[in-house]
Design a protein around this ligand. Structure first.
Ligand SMILES: [Zn+2]
Length: 316
């Protein structure tokens, strides 16, 4: 089959990362520019256009199938309209897909970060062999995307897959979204680190403190994981509990969708295998019996380039 080319744009609060990609998932050219988020939408769009022009030069006259953009904020599809992205000044409602297709006269698709990362794993990463899976970004918060029959499932207004705000305790911790007991309020990075600091008060000998040189600000799930792997009981307890809680939510989603596979990416996903085993055990005990065979929890594969791959993957 003739190889196709596509452009993927990862619009972040500080940088615009853009890549020219072929359908085998090879990056042929890359560009990285400051977003100029402190200015206004026109300045940001200018940077996106410039970064696309830079990588487009490397197409050497070959046809480019289109441009995909992963953006923060609420995305209205169809239309690729971006509403109130956090960290970009004066951006209320911008028809981003229209603005970019006006300049390049080609197909332009826009979606949110989590959906784009899910598409990246579906086309080029850990989900390649799985037509149906739940994707989770385990980072500061918990984001998600649903891949159904090899396609992203967006729901009625583009909001599907927000699994971080599934409550696992109707009378639990208050989440940023205003609901009680959201799984994000327990296992999102910030909350996990905060709860660890609390527990360290009664466990001053924990290896976690040793690893961060006594600096509580540095505490993160990856350090907690290292401490656990070095035999620290508290660190092990914290992350096994986090995995168990995440598994309760995942089990509910598997029951809802009749899915078997979950792919986990994001900063916290670098934790040790023992956490994945805890998630797996918890999912098994939370799904209906007929679903237990084939339950899989796998690590995402694309890391920092997921944004570019997934954005390009929307048009290739
Ligand atoms: Zn919430």
């Amino acid at each position: 089959m003739l190889q196709q080319l596509a452009i993927g744009v990862d619009l972040g609060g500080t940088t615009v990362k853009t890549g020219l990609i072929d359908s085998d998932g090879k990056i042929l050219a890359q560009s990285k520019l400051p977003t100029l988020a402190e200015e206004n939408p026109q300045a940001v769009i200018g940077q996106i256009v410039k970064s696309i022009q830079e990588v487009l030069q490397h197409a050497n006259g070959r046809t480019v199938a289109g441009i995909g953009i992963g953006s923060p904020g609420l995305i209205q599809n169809p239309g690729g309209i971006v509403k109130s992205p956090p960290n970009i000044n004066n951006w209320d409602v911008v028809p981003l897909a229209d603005e970019i297709s006006k300049v390049f006269k080609m197909r332009v698709e826009v979606d949110n970060d989590a959906n784009v990362a899910a598409i990246a794993e579906a086309k080029f990463g850990a989900g390649k062999d799985h037509p149906n899976f739940l994707f989770i970004i385990w980072g500061t918060g918990i984001g998600g995307g649903i891949i159904m029959n090899n396609q992203i499932y967006r729901g009625l207004s583009g909001g599907a897959g927000e699994v971080g705000h599934i409550s696992i305790n109707y009378d639990g911790l208050l989440c940023n979204c205003g609901t009680k007991g959201c799984v994000e309020a327990y296992v999102g990075q910030k909350h996990l680190s905060k709860r660890t600091i609390e527990k360290l008060k009664s466990n001053p000998k924990s290896k976690i403190l040793e690893l961060v040189g006594g600096d509580l600000e540095k505490i993160s799930p990856v350090y907690i994981s290292k401490a656990a792997e070095a035999g620290d009981a508290l660190a092990n307890e914290i992350l096994v509990e986090a995995g168990t809680l995440l598994g309760v939510m995942i089990g509910g989603v598997m029951n809802t969708l009749d899915f078997r596979v979950t792919v986990i990416g994001g900063g916290v996903s670098a934790v040790g295998d023992f956490v994945y085993q805890a998630i797996h055990r918890s999912v098994l005990s939370n799904v209906q019996k007929p679903l237990r065979d084939g339950i899989k929890i796998v690590r995402a594969q694309l890391g920092n380039d997921a944004g570019i791959f997934g954005a390009a993957g929307m048009v290739i």
